[in-house]
Design a protein around this ligand. Structure first.
Ligand code: AHR
Length: 486
């Protein structure tokens, strides 16, 4: 029998709620159509932002939202997105479909959206094609509380009070779409740009440096050794691509071999976080600098008949497992991982929400974020699995557990496509009188919701029995389970 020993009194640090963060880019239908439809739209909205999306995100509790990209960030000139909309210049979104961007969603709109969904903004500055001055002025525009050219302009544009902006990044993927730089060159650029990103009044910026692509350990080494003391966080990007990068496979209609390949490629995140953290430990043994996995998730072939530059993909039970596995990994590394942002919020890559005209659906990934919600800012507790069955050379089950407000939340993923896993939870260090469990699973590997069947896959109750210090539960095949003990 598989056993899970949970030591409620052995606490391993706080799970930063920002691990449950998201990412929104000017890409495909993420911003336009997904978040923003304009004040004159027939789709119910508040200041142009979709009401249905706002409500769904508030219910999911989204702690932090990154914007405006992605690759788009290094082509974005923030001054184009302020002031009267009819006067805002257009640009070509060269990365994503070559479409015309009319800049109707800019700084004010993004920060209004953050207020509406009750989330903290994370702004990504432009290093690739921007200037130090432009970045400096953006920060002044948003956060300066006094008389200055930029704060006056902000006021002219209708915003008297400065915003509070904490998270600010100097570029995106500067090793690729953000300028094709070498780590040695970017380390100096980061230091230069970062110097002029000022703290005005009591607004204190958490400065974020571009970190490695996947397993580029050299990049991490160079950045930490040359610029570590100038940063608060450094990013890591890694996507799960079941097929080859150049030959992506569809989000639906895959076989069991591809299911397991997806699981294996997702579990690789554990190695990446461990090895990058080990390098960071050499330069920052007190773990002051956060590792921010600010792009992660599945990247499938886009849906048939859609613009390939829009990265629109369906979302199935397989994506839910990818989310559950990654979130368990991040929780278990909460000593170093201070933020993670799944890509992307709506209609792009592994989204929690899909829209079509006025219709909206919640994806299996959305439901995983809700099931894991209790981990936000909770204390990670010691959890040890024993006698775990293996499948295709991997442990079939992964776990993370936390305590908050006297409750324990245990989240478990069973990646075995065919076999359920009966297990016993051995509860130590605290007493509980009630156990409830919910599970997300489906009949088929690619179970998903669509606009005609929006609730085909939703979390349902799962039987679990609490007897003294033992709780018994059977994890169904291919499932994500959340158990709450109180
Ligand atoms: O999320 C899509 C793209 O993936 C982002 O724009 C970029 O940063 C990454 O390569």
């Amino acid at each position: 029998m598989t056993k899970l020993i949970l030591n409620a009194d052995v606490q391993r640090g706080q799970i930063n709620k920002n691990i449950y963060g998201h990412f929104s880019e000017h890409l495909g239908r993420c911003i336009y159509g997904g978040i923003y439809v304009g004040e004159d739209s027939d789709i119910p909205n508040i200041d142009g932002m979709r009401t249905d999306v706002i409500e769904a995100l508030k219910a999911m509790k989204i702690p932090v939202l990154r914007w405006p990209g992605g690759c788009f960030a290094d082509e974005y000139h923030w001054e184009d997105g302020i002031g009267p909309k009819e006067k805002r210049p257009c640009m070509v979104n060269t990365h994503w479909g070559g479409v015309t961007e009319d800049n109707s969603f800019g700084t004010h709109e993004f920060l209004r959206f953050c207020e509406l969904i009750e989330t903290e903004p994370y702004i990504n500055g432009n290093v690739g094609s921007g200037t130090v001055r432009e970045m400096q002025q953006w920060v002044e525009y948003m956060t300066f509380d006094g008389i200055s050219p930029m704060s006056n302009l902000r006021k002219e544009n209708g915003r008297e009070e400065p915003w509070k902006i904490k998270y600010f990044a100097m570029g995106n993927e500067t090793w690729g779409c953000g300028g094709n730089m070498r780590a040695e060159y970017y380390a100096d650029e980061y230091r230069r740009y970062g110097t002029y990103v000022r703290n005005f009044g009591d607004n204190k910026i958490y400065k974020i440096a571009v970190g490695p692509n996947t397993d580029d350990y050299h990049w991490m080494e160079v950045m930490m050794s040359r610029a570590g003391k100038y940063m608060d966080g450094i990013t890591l990007h890694y996507y799960t691509t079941p097929g080859a990068w150049e030959n992506k496979t569809p989000a639906r209609g895959f076989d069991k071999a591809e299911w397991y390949c997806t699981m294996k490629k997702t579990q690789y995140m554990e190695e990446l976080v461990t090895r990058h953290s080990a390098i960071m430990d050499q330069y920052d043994p007190d773990k002051r600098v956060g590792l921010l996995v600010d792009e992660w998730g599945t990247w499938h072939k886009c849906e048939e008949g859609t613009n390939p530059g829009f990265l629109y993909q369906q979302n199935t039970l397989r994506d839910a497992l990818v989310a559950g596995l990654n979130l368990n990994i991040f929780n278990n590394h909460c000593d170093r991982v201070q933020m993670a942002n799944i890509a992307q919020l709506v209609n792009v890559l592994q989204s929690v929400i899909l829209t079509e005209g006025e219709k909206m659906i919640l994806t299996p990934t959305y439901h995983v974020f809700c099931m894991y919600q209790g981990h936000q800012d909770a204390q990670l507790v010691d959890a040890a699995l024993m006698n775990v069955p293996t499948v295709e050379g991997m442990d079939a089950v992964t776990v993370s557990a936390s305590v908050k407000d006297g409750k324990m939340l245990v989240t478990l993923c069973n990646i075995d496509a065919d076999h359920s896993v009966p297990m016993e939870l051995d509860l130590r260090g605290a007493q509980y009188s009630k156990a409830t469990a919910t599970v997300l699973t489906g009949e088929v590997l690619d179970e998903h919701n669509d606009f005609d069947a929006p609730d085909r896959i939703v979390p349902v109750d799962l039987a679990c029995e609490l007897k003294g210090q033992t709780c018994c539960v059977t994890l169904p095949a291919k499932s994500v389970t959340a158990i709450v003990l109180e």
